[in-house]
Ligand binder design. Sequence first.
Ligand SMILES: [Zn+2]
Length: 482
Amino acid sequence: MARPEDALVTEITPQSEDFSRWYLDVVRRAELADYTPVKGCMAIRPYGYAIWELIQQDLDRRFKATGHVNAYFPLFIPESLIMREAEHVEGFAPQVAWVTKGGAEELEEKLVVRPTSEAIFGTMYSRWIQSWRDLPLLINQWANVVRWEKVTRPFLRTTEFLWQEGHTAHETEAEAQEETLRMLGVYKAFAEEVLAMPVLDGQKSESEKSAGAARTYSIEALMGDGRALQAGTSHFLGQNFAKAFEIRFQGRDKTLQYAWTTSWGVSTRLIGGLIMTHGDDSGLILPPRVAPYQVVIVPIQRGNWQETVLPHAQQVRDALRAAGIRVFLDAREEYTPGWKFAEWEMRGVPVRLEIGPKDIEKGQVVLARRDTRAKMSASRDGVADHVAALLDEVQRALLERARAFRDEHTARVERWDEFVSLMEGRPGFVIARWCGDAECEATIKTETQATIRNLPFEQVPGGTCVRCDRPAITDARFAKAY
Ligand SMILES: [Zn+2]
């Protein structure tokens, strides 16, 4: 008869066999999310939602520290409003869900279920902003949005997803541009410090920018299969939306002026990024800062362990909890310690703490790291300090490992044949010179599936384009992407 721990291990497809299958197995087995009878829509399960809550809390703190406040806007947007900004509506139209009836009655005006909220924020901002004294207006909302997707994958692309969208209005172009880059910086710091996911920040090419934006900036991460993931975007909208929605104010010089606006967002897609940045063949690996349980305590079940071992395990749990560590004591009698080890390993808990009769005699506990699988003993005295230091070490090591992987999978090429063979072989980021032409970019995509993920902030002209040999205007970072 197969032991339960064997069953666990064989249920996850190895990454090397089929990365995409591995991803879906981890999402399902770690109980992060599940499919529902609603096409393209997932149920985020409590363990997955706990990760999202940790992401939210940390980001929310960063938004507030940079002067933003939260508010809530409607789920529905009238057709006439979404039509106001031409590029915007053209960009989102193919993905919009429509509400045409309320009860039995046809609506006089159709409503869209928000795919994003520039139109409704713009409409309200035009009422709330009258004078330069009303600026800047810095509002964020945590919400769900709907984009009708043909092909979906849990967290990475779903018809309904959760996100935050910041919408700000400013007096000057320079202030709006500064805000756009400030928030991109917040995203980059968050991705690296909290998700341990290194990212490349830069500007999107014209053809990859968001519909209606003047300039789009992104952070781009590299997943374990060598494909890139756009993990967050920040848009400088210029006066496009201010003109479409009449966001005007009386300036310091008494003239009537259009505001300068920005928008920026990250979504539950970050959880997909987390899974694919750190996971291995045994399942999920969570950085401590977003782990619902940073430590799981497994008491060794020998003899009358509930009288001898369990009280010690409870004391250790209480000490960790008092130190602010998220800890779970797995005292379930019906599972063996071996099963529990495999289960929590698969669910990515950063540190496992074992305690048995021998450890109690020696006044110690055993700690096992999920990332390196290293095991060590630590003294019971000051156990919370030992664990806290180990969690910091795991957090740091995960970022370092992901950065080393990203760097190993980043190459600079000059010749087109090198570019093609790299994209066919072991993909990753390829940095090459580019002419700036959208048609050339489209040709590269058709021939290799690689897209420009973003352009470095500093664009230095010189040399020739990797594809067409015309004069190059900048470096570009190419990759196959999710
Ligand atoms: Zn070119």
